[in-house]
Design a protein around this ligand. Structure first.
Ligand SMILES: Cc1cc2nc3c(=O)[nH]c(=O)nc-3n(C[C@H](O)[C@H](O)[C@H](O)COP(=O)(O)OP(=O)(O)OC[C@H]3O[C@@H](n4cnc5c(N)ncnc54)[C@H](O)[C@@H]3O)c2cc1C
Length: 372
């Protein structure tokens, strides 16, 4: 990809959907020099998913009709088309990403964990296992999976996070899941299907219908179908309550609730409380919003470090979350355009992203509700 003396126009850190998608948009800007550094392999996070986990956004090849496959990272690709399947496993989505990288010859350097980033007179100096790289612009696309959140309560260390393989292992008897949005319902349904008696605890009861149509705040149809099936078994209880503490008890734990009552879990309770922004080696180059997520300007750029962009599910603008692929991909071409314009390059090829419905530049338009 580069030698340490060359100065790239752009460097992307992370080869998940955000990193590969951004790199593909950068590749459409003729003459731009860029590369991707990945600490593992392309799609590493998906390779690390517990094997029972699957996508909840459907894949369908609607590309020719202006409805680009929801999980695509490039307008001319579709995981449904290349894999011939839907509701992909992590391994399948990693295969799709690898095929895209190979087809478009995206310059990715594997096994290159970025450990430090400093500002440099030319832009940024990025240090990885493969030596330093200097780049004028930098795109952090390291994802959130490596930053699982612990529940904010005493004894949280006695729980397993829902993203760990341990949380998907066979359980028996009663099990408590803390957190009732997508990942909590997903893992609860999994354990109910194996005969376990599961109680999901969440004071916000996100399994309710909710008032908006945004899937970042409302269960996906596939999750709701699975939830209804799990409820019909009689082995699933949804409890609108706040867990305030966990105490170990044999191989399991007692989970104390804010109303003074308690639940017993025969094995370690599962914390399905999501992920943090996971900014790793660029954390110090962003400032945080009051809710802890990175503060960005309207170009998804750090407000304190010009030239440093964020791509991926940690993007927040006001109350809008970009946590699904079909949401955060709307910004790949925008970031590439800003970088291309600064480098004095022709960015007209990026119009293909707009034509495919993969470019949102007016951030005020994202809050649209469905009428029915
Ligand atoms: C169980 C589950 C189901 C999901 N289902 C869906 C769904 O149906 N639809 C959907 O749209 N989204 C879904 N998501 C969310 C989706 O997986 C994430 O939003 C997506 O993976 C984020 O992409 P990313 O490229 O930002 O991060 P990642 O996919 O995590 O990629 C980040 C990459 O950066 C690399 N990296 C990290 N740090 C460094 C470093 N220091 N140096 C070099 N490389 C580094 C990692 O190895 C990784 O390959 C799901 C998530 C989970 C956990």
């Amino acid at each position: 990809m580069t030698s340490s003396t060359q100065v790239l126009d752009a460097l992307v850190i992370g080869a998940g959907p955000a990193g590969i998608g951004t790199a593909l948009a950068l590749a459409a800007v003729k003459g731009l020099t860029f590369g991707v550094l990945e600490r593992g392999q392309v799609g590493q996070t998906f390779l690390d998913w517990p094997e029972n986990q699957r996508f909840l956004t459907p894949s369908f090849t609607g590309n020719g009709f202006g409805a680009t496959d929801l999980n695509s990272v490039h307008p001319a690709t579709s995981p449904a088309f290349s894999l011939g399947t839907d509701y992909l496993t992590g391994e399948q989505y990693a295969r799709y990403l690898r095929s895209v990288v190979s087809h478009f010859q995206v310059p990715v350097m594997d096994d290159a964990e970025v450990t430090a980033v400093t500002t440099h007179e030319a832009g940024f100096e990025v240090f990885s296992d493969r030596g330093p790289v200097v780049s004028r612009s930098l795109v952090w696309a390291g994802g959130e999976f490596h930053h699982p959140l612990a529940p904010r309560l005493a004894g949280s260390g006695f729980s397993d996070h829902s993203s760990t393989k341990a949380s998907w292992e066979r359980r028996t008897g009663e099990l408590v899941v803390i957190g009732g949005y997508e990942s909590g319902i997903d893992i609860a349904c999994h354990h109910v299907s194996t005969g376990v008696i599961v109680t999901v605890v969440d004071a916000e009861h996100p399994w309710g219908a909710g008032s908006g149509s945004d899937p970042s705040f409302r269960l996906a149809p596939r999750s709701r179908i699975r939830l209804n099936a799990a409820l019909e078994t009689g082995r699933l209880t949804l409890m609108a309550a706040r867990a305030v503490g966990i105490q170990a008890l044999g191989n399991g734990a007692v989970i104390r609730l804010s109303d003074g009552s308690a639940l017993t879990s025969r094995s370690r309770p599962i914390a399905a409380v999501g992920f943090g922004p996971g900014l790793g080696p660029v954390d110090h180059l962003f400032t945080a919003r009051p809710d802890g997520w990175p503060l960005l300007d309207t170009d998804d750029q750090s407000t304190t470090t010009p030239g440093l962009f964020l791509s991926g599910p940690a993007i927040r603008h006001g109350g809008v979350k970009f946590c699904f692929v079909y949401k955060f991909r709307q910004r790949f071409a925008h970031i590439a355009r800003v970088i291309g314009d600064r480098a004095g390059k022709d960015t007209t090829q990026l119009e293909a992203w707009r034509e495919a419905g993969m470019l949102t530049e007016d951030l005020s338009c994202c809050g649209v509700e469905c009428a029915c």
